[in-house]
Design a protein around this ligand. Structure first.
Ligand code: G3H
Ligand code: 13P
Ligand code: ZN
Length: 284
């Protein structure tokens, strides 16, 4: 198949009350693992690349890897830019064939975030590419923030409707208490805030920092309108565990395939588990 847009996948998820997993990729083995897991679960899937991934692998490589994967599978695949913070980078991704892009203006003043998001929505929608934006600030687990600061970073429901109406964005990432990376303590999600946001807008909601969020909380967030769930850290952990396990079994191994193969297998397992939690299994 050719790539499909995030808008299309999330609209189906909205109807079916499930979420689509958005899994971060950085290299070929990760892309292959995500696709193999989605095929095994018969699930639509979003493969996303961060600016860091693009810097590491190269934009052309990311596009080639994911479009090749999509061409060789019957599973609907979306290629999405994760946390694009640079206008030109977002436009380059659109030009190179991404089917969905995120502009992350969460660090900007609201009006500036709206202005740039709006320009990106205009460009992307003109060529059939879907969009995601962010309001509120999703922290990293390593960030030292006080309880008071944490609260201030969460998405203000009063801004949500204004933001969506003034940008025309297709999906919205919100800060409801999750953070990127490995949690030191179990995250406490603000479900009341999520429910309030949901009442105000009916576009698909995106949850970032979802690795390490207990399955029951992920399911509850999905029941409250989350339609895209981002997972990166859990994939990194599985990769390294699989790789290290193979290395420990045979410390003399010098064939990268004998190390990367088990890493890929470990990633397939975690992605399959997540797909089942999100309820997108059987929805391809
Ligand atoms: O949200 C961040 C993703 O986990 C990507 O991380 O910027 O290190 O590639 P990265
Ligand atoms: P985790 O690394 O916590 O899974 O978050 C991923 C993410 O939000 C990517 O945008
Ligand atoms: Zn994120």
């Amino acid at each position: 198949m050719t790539l499909v847009t995030g808008k299309e996948l999330l609209a189906a998820a909205q109807k079916g009350n499930y979420a689509v997993g958005a899994f971060n990729c950085n290299n070929m083995e990760i892309v292959q693992a995500i696709i193999a897991a989605a095929e095994a679960e018969n699930s639509p899937v979003i493969i996303q690349a961060s600016q860091g991934a693009i810097k590491y692998a190269g934009l052309d490589y990311i596009v080639a890897l994911v479009t090749t994967a999509a061409k060789n599978t019957r599973i609907p695949v979306c290629l999405h830019l994760d946390h694009g913070t640079d206008f030109q980078q977002v436009v380059r991704c659109i030009a190179k064939g991404f089917s969905s892009v995120m502009f992350d203006g969460s660090k900007l003043p609201l009006e500036e975030n709206i202005a740039i998001t709006k320009r990106i929505v205009e460009i992307a929608s003109a060529v059939g590419v879907s969009t995601e934006a962010e309001i509120g600030k999703i922290a990293g687990t390593e960030d030292e923030v006080s309880v008071h600061e944490k609260e201030a970073m969460l998405t203000d429901p009063d801004e949500v409707k204004y933001f969506v109406e003034n940008t025309g964005v297709d999906s919205l990432a919100v800060a409801i208490g999750t953070a990127h990376g490995q949690y030191k303590f179990e995250p406490k999600l603000d479900f009341d805030r999520l429910a309030k946001i949901r009442e105000l807008v009916d576009i698909p909601i995106v949850m970032h920092g979802s690795s390490g969020v207990p399955d029951a909380d992920v399911r509850k967030a999905i029941s409250l309108g989350v339609r895209k769930v981002n997972i990166d850290t859990n994939i990194r952990e599985a990769f390294v565990k699989g790789f290290k396990g193979a290395m420990e079994k045979n410390p003399q191994e010098i064939d990268p395939r004998k190390l990367l193969g088990p890493a890929r297998e470990a990633m397939i397992e975690i992605v399959r588990e997540k797909i089942r939690v999100f309820g997108s299994n059987g929805k391809a």
